[in-house]
Design a binder for this molecule. Sequence first.
Ligand SMILES: Cc1ncc(COP(=O)(O)O)c(C=O)c1O
Length: 455
Amino acid sequence: MTIVNFIENFKKKKRVLFTTPSHGQGDFVNPASLKLLGHKFFTCDYSEIEGFDNLSNPIGIIRTSQVEAARIYGAKSTFFLTNGSTSGIIASMFALLNRCDKVLIARNCHKSVYNGLVLTGAVPLWLMPQYNKEWGIYETISLDLLEETLARNKDIKAFIMTNPSYEGVMSDVYRISSVCKKYNVKLIVDEAHGALWTYHKALGTPALMQGADIVVQSLHKTAGALNPAALLHIGLDSDIEPKNIQKALNLITTTSPSYPLLVNIESTINYLSSQSGQTKLQELVKNVNRTIRFLKSIPNLEVYSYNNDVTKILVKVTNMSGFELSDILFDEYNIEDELANEKSVMFLTGLGTTKSKLKKLEKALFDLCAKNIKIKPNEERENPVINIEPRVRYTPALLWGKPSREVESKYALARVSMELIADYPPGIPILLPGEVIKKEHIEYLKDRQKIKVLM
Ligand SMILES: Cc1ncc(COP(=O)(O)O)c(C=O)c1O
């Protein structure tokens, strides 16, 4: 029986519950919540009572649903995450890394990897992905650099990479996983933005099909699920024990998982693998491709074309920084993008991206480019820090809780940072606690008066 069927049947039993949650499946909902959220949502909100399963030790409906999900994704095991990819990333690190173990991390990682470093006490080595100056984005992982780094550091236990990048750029995970296997290094792929790939060939090849040991995906990002629905998979051929992942997840996951979220996770997977889901996805790909073709025909506008995944539309406009383009779209056209940098702007699409939303975007960009607003030539704008190698003086775990003090930014040069500085989105760290502050950081942080350094 599925989680959805179980809850439907259970509701009919009208059992008298003296359990949490205390709203009593909607017998009480405060007026503001009722107005905004409605009543129905509350009627599905149960605790793990008699007959229900237990997310921290599933043996019933959750287990059945997770096993079915693993079959669909081609995984050895799949875990439903009600705390986002963030929890999947941290749990993967807990499962694979002990205090002082070395872990190689691609620098375009999400900041949850930093949280994992604090909690596990693992020692980070950073691998810089290739950087595209024209677009202000990280691109792929260099295989040569990866191999060189692993050959020089035979004690690395795991490699954590983000694929696709926030902007949809894909690395060759198949070859990366082969290199990792050669050096006996576990590969964790943060596929937060690739949750639709299993369901449409034209988007990207899932890391599960390319030899990754662990893959984490956010169903809420592109697959139309609620925030923060996510999945963690173990690769089919990986020797990672599911019980070790469960143990790690239990360390950081609530003991009151949201059943509406579990319903939403299960039904998202079932919908995407159904005929209607497939049709919906085809429609999305067709509509976005049509928009991309249109955008490519606009003078003064360029569309990034090295990301095959159409769920990310990356554009730049001549004589305008990404930030300025983003501001104009927001202020004058009521359009909000997912992400902007010095050079470009990214629009995220997903199952909820309708044709009419895409039309509004097309019209706005056409109109804006026709006005030919001149701000400053793009060449003058750089993000000076995104591409500089971090110098790690102390590990994040070692510095946790250590005293810090604020100094004026201009006096912070060569001091050890006690701050995690990351623009959000994308949440990629610019500076982490324990890293030495360079002159490029100070330039980048010029709008800030002060910065926290190690005492
Ligand atoms: C690449 C990447 N990984 C992980 C995460 C965290 O995902 P979640 O919000 O599901 O916890 C994000 C969120 O922005 C992300 O962009």
